[in-house]
Design a binder for this molecule. Structure first.
Ligand code: G3I
Length: 354
């Protein structure tokens, strides 16, 4: 059987299996078992307040999801929109209440990110900057103590090409490793129980970036930083070479820490305008990437399988479908616009049940 036929059969095999399962077990629509019941750790997705008044999203989330990550309203862009003296926690309070009312864990995202906070912190002298930095973490992580079970304390510290760490307003004050260590120390004080994560993207697709991340983790742990979990966002692309995803996960697992696949999506888009490959073939490549990721997650020790989070549930919930390059045809997520399982959902279910 050639590679294309094999991948196609992989894509349809769960359909057949699903039909058998639906004939046997009472599983929700599409013959898919609730992903939260078959995913080791938790099955998560991102959420914004607008989702909480969408009955179709609520139905899908209550069926499949056991952990939520605020997509943007727990970031400085929303919380500090009125300045450092008037933190806006109204929307994340609503999300926290929904999570608690629906038996879902809440993963905080994110306290310190290179790409936000510049305006609110601009013009502060060093003493004021330090008070604001420490105070922000103390206030936000303190406010959600007991409601947020884990935090992305620092998000995306590595340069895209993996050549080093980003310079930003935080590193200019405290140094590149320094701001990360300070953020984790302050988060530990604010919430002694939450699991504290470092979160990054493209670690599987850009080996140099993955290697730089592993070196940073090693330095932080050796320095006594209270880093307790590693988030690999897994915004994968369909042409990552076979085996590269699994190879990185094996390296990541060496630290023995809980691993969060924290933002999985796989866009069918590629950079090449001349890419004439059809959607079915792209979906078969997507299925291969997702299967490799889920299978290597399954091979982790149970204590390291923290959660498997997709960055949205339905294709139309995806940030990919909101940007100006969107052609309305991308299918980066587990479910289609109507909430029916995409090949991604079936690939996940197959891997999690093997
Ligand atoms: O909903 C408001 C709308 O009411 C308003 O009119 C509009 C214009 O201001 O903004 C809308 O909110 C936007 C929100 O996405 C919802 O679409 C925010 O401006 C926009 O900043 C926000 O972007 C988010 C982005 O992070 C920056 O926070 C994306 O949703 C979110 O998917 C993206 O997620 C990141 C992760 O945090 C880190 N990893 C990469 C990932 C994708 O970029």
């Amino acid at each position: 059987m050639n590679r294309r036929a094999l991948l196609t059969s992989l894509a349809v095999a769960p359909l057949i299996a699903g039909c058998r399962r639906s004939a046997v077990a009472s599983t929700p629509r599409g013959g898919l078992p609730p992903l939260r019941t078959i995913t080791p750790g938790a099955f998560g997705t991102c959420v914004q307040v607008a989702n909480l008044t969408d009955p179709a999203w609520l139905d899908l989330a209550r069926t499949h999801v056991s952990q939520l990550t605020p997509e943007w309203e727990m970031k400085m862009e929303y919380i500090l929109a009125d300045g450092l003296d008037r933190l806006r926690l109204d929307r994340t309070d609503r999300i926290a209440r929904f999570a608690a009312d629906n038996g879902m864990a809440l993963h905080g995202h994110t306290l310190i990110w290179y790409s936000q906070g510049q305006e609110a912190f601009a013009g502060l002298d060093n003493a004021a900057f330090d008070r604001a930095f420490d105070g922000y973490i103390a206030t936000v992580a303190g406010h959600y103590r007991g409601k947020v079970q884990s935090w992305d304390v620092v998000n995306e510290p590595i340069l895209d090409d993996g050549s080093g760490l980003r310079d930003c307003h935080w590193s200019r004050r405290y140094g590149q490793d320094g701001y990360i260590r300070r953020a984790f120390d302050e988060a530990r004080i604010a919430d002694p129980e939450a699991v504290l994560f470092l979160n990054e993207y493209n670690l599987e697709g850009v080996p140099a970036k993955g290697a730089q991340f592993l070196r940073l983790v090693e330095r932080l742990l050796k320095a006594g930083c209270p880093l307790q979990g590693l988030g690999t966002q897994s915004h994968l692309w369909i042409d990552i070479p076979d085996g590269q995803i699994a190879a990185f996960m094996h390296e990541l697992a060496q630290f023995g820490l809980p691993i969060h696949v924290s933002e999985l999506d796989v866009s069918l888009r590629t950079d090449s305008a001349l890419d004439l490959r059809g959607q079915q073939y792209r979906l078969s490549l997507q299925t291969a990437r997702v299967t490799e990721l889920a299978e290597v997650y399954m091979r982790l020790p149970a204590a390291q399988r923290f959660a498997f989070t997709t960055w949205g549930l339905r294709d139309t919930d995806s940030w990919y479908r909101r940007d100006d390059k969107d052609d309305g045809k991308d299918r980066p997520l587990p479910f289609d616009a109507a909430g029916q399982p995409n090949p991604m959902a079936r690939a996940l279910a197959t891997a999690f049940q093997t």
